[in-house]
Write a new protein. Sequence first.
Length: 297
Amino acid sequence: MSTSTIPEHFPDTYSNSFDMALQQADSRLLSAVIRDTVLGDRKWYNIYDETAFKRVTGRYQQTLNDDHTTSKVWVQTEKWDNAPLIDEWDDKDLDSIVLPTSDVVMAQASAYARLADEILRDAIKGTRITGETGTTTEAFPAANEIAVDSTTGSNTGLDLGKVAETARIMDSLYVPKNDRYFVIGSKQVADLINNVSESKSRDFVTESILSTGTLHGKTWLGFNWIQYEDLSTDSGDVSVRECLAFYKPHICFGDGERRTDIRVRYDLSDALEVRTRTRLGACRKQNSSIIINCEEA
């Protein structure tokens, strides 16, 4: 006799592996900066300051020598790790579900990419370490910050005026035209799609933003565009997103190596430990970066 219900002895079925939860798995900023190996705890970069010519006013005049001025910028690395455990009986208790060992390593690689982006984000817009011994701190220059109400007198999202002002400030700082990057989030992409006709026209961008729904990976108005969702908000107003623009050679990522070991922890009932550790840091060599404040309310 047929029945409309499934007998209770019918078994459940399940996947024998794990799927990664939604997350940023790749680094958005590492390819847009200079990567350097830092073997010690920290490293300094020498900056040769601006110089100028003097007029020669006579024949056979004694040469007047100049003292050249230099400065130092430091990158300070910090240590990080991630070390989940897999119980010694998990391979039995999970039955036919495979142990998530490789998934752990993949998740750690994704976490490393996000950590690197966070450290770079903070270096682009944060405090610099300078001075002979690396003990002097230098705040981000206020002149390099575009106010949230700069274009209309009231708070606005990303618009053409803010992009143009970013380019103007970089020009005034003599930042070369090549290797300029502009970092925005999904709300700023929506602002450009909804409010900036130039972003949708092939007269202004090689591939219209409408064809892919994003500027990520494209070049527009002299900038290489990156979409990154973990940009900081203003400390006094969480509805204001701090978008960033920077010049690639002026942002340095100090890579102190990443290592992964999978080992049995005999002190923890033979549990399997998957430990990844790294040492990294970043610095802004010169003050050519711009913070662009954009309303998200």
